[in-house]
Design a binder for this molecule. Structure first.
Ligand code: 2AM
Length: 200
C-alpha cells in the first residue's frame, strides 16, 4: 500500500504591497540578466524558513502541533528586504534573490525551531547555515549575472505575524503553493492571555 505524501515547507507570506514591489524589482532586473531565467510568479514569492520535502500526510497534524509548540512565544517582527544577491555565486548563479536587511535574526531563530519540529517527525536536520532570502528567479544552466550593474531595491518593509506551512504542488506549469496551516506569532502577554482565558 502506498502512503500519501505531501511536499511541504514553512515560509513567510508577503503582504500584497510588498509582493508587488518585489515583483517590480524582479521586472527591473530582466534587462540585466541572461535570458532563460525562470522568474517566480508574483503570487509565489515567499520567504522560505524550512523546506521539508515529502512527508507522510498522516504526520502533518503532528508537525503542525510541534511547530506551534516550538514557536511559543515568538513575538511578531519586522522584515525589510533590500539588496540583490546570487547563489551560489554571481559567476555561476542558480538563484537570484532579494536580501533580508531587517528580520534576519528572527527568521534564523524561527528556522532553527522549525528545523527541530521537522526533525521530530523524522525529517533530516538542515546542515547548511540558514540564509534568509527571497528567490526572484532561477537559472538553468547557471550563468554569470552582473549584479553590480543592477539597481538594488530598498525599503520593502512589512510586519510578520504568522508562519505558514505550505504544500507545494508541482506541475509542468510550475509550482502551486497551498497554505495548509497558519501559525500565529504572539507577544508573551497575548500568549498568556490566551493560555489563561476562561473557556466561554
Ligand atoms: P528558495 O527558493 O527560497 O531557495 C519551495 O520549494 C521553497 O523551498 C523554495 O522556494 C526553496 O527556497 C525551498 N527549498 C529548499 N530546498 C529545496 C529543495 N531541495 N527543493 C525545492 N525547494 C527547496
Amino acid at each position: 500500500m502506498s502512503r500519501e505524501t505531501l511536499r511541504v515547507f514553512f515560509a513567510l507570506e508577503l503582504p500584497s504591497e510588498a509582493r508587488e514591489r518585489a515583483a517590480k524589482a524582479a521586472q527591473a532586473l530582466r534587462a540585466g540578466v541572461p535570458r532563460g531565467v525562470r522568474w517566480v510568479p508574483p503570487e509565489n514569492l515567499h520567504l522560505t524558513l524550512k523546506f521539508l520535502g515529502d512527508v507522510d500526510a498522516a504526520q502533518v497534524p503532528r508537525l503542525i502541533g510541534r511547530a506551534e509548540a516550538k514557536l511559543w512565544p515568538v513575538p511578531p517582527f519586522e522584515v525589510e528586504l533590500a539588496g540583490l544577491g546570487a547563489l551560489p555565486s554571481v559567476r555561476s548563479a542558480r538563484v537570484l534573490w532579494l536580501g533580508v536587511r531587517k528580520g534576519n535574526r528572527e527568521m534564523a531563530r524561527i528556522a532553527r525551531k522549525l528545523d527541530a519540529a521537522a526533525a521530530s517527525i523524522g525529517v533530516e536536520r538542515e546542515r547548511r547555515p540558514f540564509q534568509a532570502h527571497l528567490t526572484l528567479g532561477r537559472l538553468r544552466p547557471p550563468a554569470r549575472v552582473a549584479l553590480e550593474r543592477l539597481e538594488a531595491p530598498r525599503g520593502i518593509a512589512f510586519g510578520v505575524e504568522e508562519v505558514i506551512l505550505y504544500e507545494s504542488r508541482l506541475s509542468p506549469d510550475g509550482a502551486r503553493y497551498i497554505p495548509l496551516a497558519r501559525l500565529p506569532l504572539m507577544q508573551v502577554e497575548d500568549a498568556e492571555a490566551r493560555e489563561f482565558a476562561p473557556e466561554i
